[in-house]
Design a binder for this molecule. Structure first.
Ligand code: GDP
Ligand code: MG
Length: 453
C-alpha cells in the first residue's frame, strides 16, 4: 500500500481520537486513542494517585483532567502497545462517566494534546491497513453494529471470524496456480505464445473453479437473504386489496388506499421483520388493463419486481368471481381478500383468506409468509462467504472471467489472452478481501461507518 492512499490516514505520525460509545447520557462512555502518541496524550489528561506511573495492559483508576488541567472525572485508562492491538498501533482506552459534557471536554483535551478527531471507520481502516483484519472483516464490524436481528448479527459475527477469507483464499490460490501454469507457457524471448498445458486441461481447471464459485454463491444464498432481506411482492388485479395488505403488514397507513382503481403506480418498499427474517415488502400497481401510460409503466414495474422476488403474494378478491389462473408456484402464495364479505365462489387452491379491513386471517398470513421464506433458509447457514451484494458481484465477475478463459482455451487461444482473463478473476476475488482495489472502494465502504469504529 502506497503512502498517498488515503489523506486522512497517516499511521506513522498521527494519533486519532474518538468517542466509541453513543452520544447522550449513559452510565459509562469510552474514548479511544490510536497512534504513536496515544500513551503520551493519555498521560497529559490522566493523573494517577500519588503520581504512580502508567503501566501497559492493565486498567488503571485515576483522575481525568480537562484542558486546563483541572479534574473533571474519575476514569479508567488502559494502554495497549503496538503491534498486538486492534489497530496494530498503540491504543489508549479511557472509560469515563457517560456525560456528554465530560466526553466533549475529554476529546477537546486530547486534541489539544496532539490528537486528531478520527474520521468515520478510521480505527477499522487502520486495522485493515495493519493487516489485522481483511476488508470482509471490516465490513462485518459495520454489519454487526447495524444488525437489526439476531440472525443478521450471527452472520456478521461469522464474517468477522474470517469465514470469508477462509472460503475465498483457496479459490484465489487455485486461479493463481492456473495463471502461473499458463504464464509458464509464455515465451518472452521471441514473443511467441505457446501453452505449456493442453487447452482442454486449462479449460477444465477454469471451469471447475467457476463451478466452485457458483456453489459458494448458492450456499451463501440463505445468509444473503437474512442479511439483505427477502423481497416479497404484492401482485394482483387493481382494487384487489394489495395496498390494504401492505399497510396492515407494516403496521401503519403507509400507502394510499381508495376504492378507485389504479391508485398505486410506483413500487413502494418498506422493511419489516417476520420471525427474525428481515423482509422488504413491495406494493405495486395492479395488473390488468392499463388505463394510461403511468399505469402501464406501473404494471411493467410490478411484473419485473415479481420476477426477481423471493416470494410473490398473488392477491385477489374472494367476493368477486375472478380467480387466479394457472397452477400455484413454489415462490407464489395466493391471498384472497374481502374474507369479511360473502364469497363469489370457492377459493383458488392454496389460498390464505384474509380481510385487511377487519384483520381477519392476517396472523395466519404472517405465519405462512415466514414459513415459505424460511423454507430455503431452513437449511442451516452453510456459508456466509458471499452474503453481501458486493462479495457476490465480485465473485460472479471472477466466475465470468474463468468461463471466458475456459472458452478461449477451448478455442485454442494463446497464453497471453488466457492470462488476461485469469488475472481478472484473481483480481475480482482479492477485491473481496481488500487486498487490491481502488481507493474509492475503501472510501465508499468506510464512509458508511460511524465515527469511533
Ligand atoms: N370489505 C373489504 N374491503 C377491502 C378489503 N381489502 C381491501 N378493501 C377495500 O378495497 C378497496 C381497494 O383496496 P386497495 O388496498 O387500494 O387495493 P389495491 O388496488 O389492490 O391496492 C379499498 O376501498 C379497500 O378499503 C377487505 O378485505 N374487505
Ligand atoms: Mg394499491
Amino acid at each position: 500500500m502506497g503512502g498517498g492512499r488515503r489523506t486522512v490516514t497517516d499511521p506513522q505520525t498521527v494519533t486519532i481520537v474518538a468517542h466509541a460509545t453513543p452520544a447522550g447520557r449513559a452510565a459509562l462512555a469510552l474514548v479511544r486513542l490510536s497512534g504513536p502518541d496515544s500513551a503520551a496524550i493519555a498521560a497529559r489528561i490522566f493523573a494517577r494517585a500519588r503520581g504512580a506511573p502508567l503501566v501497559d495492559g492493565r486498567p488503571m483508576l485515576g483522575t481525568l483532567l480537562d484542558r486546563g488541567g483541572a479534574p473533571i472525572d474519575q476514569a479508567v485508562l488502559t494502554l495497549h502497545r503496538a503491534p498486538h492491538t486492534v489497530t496494530g498501533e498503540d491504543v489508549a482506552e479511557i472509560t469515563l462517566h457517560g456525560s456528554p459534557v465530560i466526553v466533549r471536554e475529554t476529546l477537546a483535551a486530547c486534541v489539544l494534546a496532539g490528537a486528531r478527531p478520527a474520521a468515520p471507520g478510521e480505527f477499522t481502516l487502520r486495522a485493515l491497513r495493519a493487516g489485522k483484519i481483511d476488508l470482509a472483516q471490516a465490513e462485518a464490524v459495520r454489519d454487526l453494529v447495524e444488525a437489526a436481528t439476531v440472525e443478521q448479527a450471527r452472520i456478521a459475527a461469522r464474517q468477522l471470524g474470517g469465514e470469508v477469507s477462509a472460503a475465498i483464499a483457496p479459490l484465489a490460490e487455485g486461479i493463481f496456480e492456473l495463471l502461473a501454469d499458463v504464464e509458464a507457457g509464455l515465451d518472452f524471448s521471441d514473443g511467441e505464445e505457446a501453452l505449456a498445458l493442453a487447452g482442454a486441461e486449462v479449460a477444465g481447471r477454469a471451469e471447475r473453479l467457476a463451478a466452485q464459485i457458483d456453489a459458494l454463491a448458492g450456499a451463501s444464498e440463505p445468509a444473503r437473504r437474512v442479511r439483505e432481506g427477502a423481497r416479497v411482492v404484492l401482485l394482483g388485479p387493481t382494487n384487489s386489496g394489495k395496498s390494504s395488505i401492505f399497510n396492515k403488514l407494516i403496521g401503519y397507513g403507509r400507502v394510499i388506499v381508495t376504492p378507485e382503481p389504479g391508485t398505486t403506480r410506483d413500487l413502494i418498499e418498506e422493511q419489516l421483520v417476520l420471525e427474525g427474517l428481515p423482509i422488504v415488502l413491495v406494493d405495486a400497481a395492479g395488473v390488468g388493463e392499463p388505463g394510461g401510460q403511468a399505469e402501464a409503466e406501473g404494471m411493467r414495474r410490478a411484473l419485473a419486481a415479481a420476477e426477481s422476488a423471493h416470494l410473490v403474494l398473488e392477491v385477489y378478491d374472494l367476493s368477486r368471481p375472478e380467480r387466479p389462473v394457472g397452477p400455484p408456484g413454489a415462490h407464489r402464495l395466493r391471498v384472497g381478500t374481502h374474507a369479511d364479505l360473502p364469497p363469489a365462489g370457492p377459493p383458488a387452491q392454496g389460498t390464505v383468506a384474509v380481510s385487511p379491513l377487519t384483520g381477519e386471517g392476517m396472523t395466519a398470513l404472517r405465519a405462512v409468509i415466514a414459513e415459505q421464506l424460511h423454507a430455503p433458509g431452513a437449511r442451516p447457514l452453510e456459508s456466509v462467504a458471499l452474503a453481501t451484494e458486493r462479495h457476490l458481484a465480485a465473485a460472479l465477475e471472477a466466475r465470468d472471467a474463468l468461463v471466458a478463459a475456459a472458452g478461449q482455451a477451448r478455442a485454442g487461444e494463446g497464453a497471453e489472452l488466457l492470462a488476461i482473463d485469469l488475472r481478472r478473476a484473481v483480481h475480482a476475488l482479492r477485491e473481496i478481501l481488500g487486498e487490491v482495489g481502488p481507493e474509492a472502494l475503501l472510501e465508499r465502504i468506510f464512509a458508511r461507518f460511524c465515527i469511533g469504529k
